[in-house]
Design a protein around this ligand. Structure first.
Ligand SMILES: *Cc1c(COP(=O)(O)O)cnc(C)c1O
Length: 395
């Protein structure tokens, strides 16, 4: 490990070769569908060289290569496959390793649209899904069946931020020949490198922190080894799944500043989260970076940082009081997605998205993305919001 380049350095340099392009620092954007062959012999070679050379825009260009090379290096994997969105990355990875008759173990706190794909698409195609408690750890062994082919993880959990014992689950799966995949969007490869912890495929909604400006949908999956990569890439090719060149360019460009942006998101999020913990309106802040969070020990053991996304469980409040609070916020528009430069708020009801364990939170839950604003302004905005929640006019 001592000689491995630190991830921050990799993110700055990987996937670029200025000297192959006049010294221009950023890789060029290739817009391509047809990639012509000069001779009959070249044309006949295409199928064999499909993933090693450029044969058609959909299967890869120097622009997708630049982004994928950087992501594969950052995640410490063999190669990456880019997709048109984070959700396309998720569904392509699942489709690649499951077929009719197979069984999938899916974490109960997974990103909502991933759950919908299992229930609405995989089920009619004959794949059975069992949702498991994110805190199950090694007891996941009790849920494994002979036909279990994939264990899917996401840490921390969507909306409720439970941590998973990723190395324990990955070890158990590996012993049984079961493929593991994880949605690593929250941590990014900067703060967690799943492949080093035994996971086979690391999925990233590059839409979020990698692109970082709320203006791109882009997904990428990094595969541990050649065999895993080939299966994933073949499936992406069969499905016709590919990303557009300008989005890939923005993905590669976003990587260059990921470390400074994430450091600031983390710092701001800690400041706001710790302030929220002091508020009487708050029941609990769900954020594994906080020392009293139930997932803190695992987060501290496996992760090297936290991003700017967490949830706040409020004490029970009337809907009108909550809307008075939320509607009047100046710096927290209500919005899905996150990872951009700005703060966002999203109300959520976790009870609707889980089945393995019940959700016991009594009050409303809001997910906050803490952006790059000065946290003092964010806190002032939220404090005025709490005044409205409590029925007092803002100062
Ligand atoms: C947003 C998100 C996705 C999907 O990304 P899109 O580009 O919006 O399709 C997948 N997983 C997680 C954890 C996400 O937050």
């Amino acid at each position: 490990m001592a000689t491995r380049q630190r991830t921050q350095t990799t993110l700055t340099h990987a996937g670029r070769d200025p000297w192959s392009n006049h010294g221009i620092l950023n890789p060029p954007v290739y817009h391509a569908s047809t990639i012509a062959s000069r001779t009959l012999a070249d044309w006949e070679q295409r199928e064999a060289q499909r993933f090693e050379s450029y044969t058609y825009g959909r299967t890869g260009t120097p622009t997708s290569d630049a982004f994928e090379t950087a992501m594969a290096e950052a995640e410490g994997g063999f190669r990456a496959v880019s997709m048109s969105s984070g959700l396309a990355a998720v569904t392509t990875a699942l489709s690649a390793f499951l077929k009719a008759g197979d069984h999938l173990l899916m974490v109960d706190t997974v990103y909502g649209p991933t759950r919908r794909f299992c229930d609405a698409m995989l089920k009619p195609f004959g794949v059975e899904t069992t949702y498991y408690d994110p805190t199950i750890g090694e007891s996941i062994a009790d849920l494994i069946r002979p036909e279990t082919k994939v264990i899917y993880l996401e840490a921390p959990g969507s909306l409720t931020f439970e941590m998973q014992d990723v190395p324990a689950v990955a070890r158990l799966a590996r012993d049984r020949g079961i493929v593991t995949m994880i949605d690593n969007t929250w941590a990014t490869p900067l703060f967690f490198r799943p492949i080093e912890h035994g996971v086979d495929l690391s999925i990233q909604a590059a839409t979020k922190y990698v692109c970082g400006h709320s203006d791109v949908n882009l997904g990428v999956v990094v595969a541990r080894d050649r065999e895993t990569f080939l299966r994933l890439k073949t499936t992406a090719t069969y499905l016709g799944n590919c990303a557009g060149p300008d989005d890939l360019y923005l993905g590669a460009r976003g990587l260059r500043t990921l470390a400074v942006r994430l450091a600031q998101h983390q710092k701001n999020a800690m400041t706001v989260a710790q302030w929220l913990q002091t508020r009487p309106e708050v029941d609990r802040v769900l954020f594994p970076a906080l020392p009293d969070d139930p997932g803190h020990a695992i987060w501290q053991r496996d992760f090297s940082g936290a991003s700017g996304l967490f949830s706040v469980l409020l004490r029970p409040a009337e809907r009108e009081a909550l809307s008075a609070m939320v509607d009047g916020l100046a710096l927290f528009p209500i919005g899905a997605s996150w990872g951009g430069y700005e703060s966002l708020l999203m109300p959520a009801n976790p009870a609707r998205y889980r089945s393995a364990t019940p959700w016991t939170g009594a009050g409303p839950l809001v997910r906050l993305h803490i952006g790059l604003e000065d946290p003092a302004d964010l806190i002032a905005d939220l404090a005025a919001g709490f005044d409205r929640l409590n029925g007092r006019a803002a100062a």
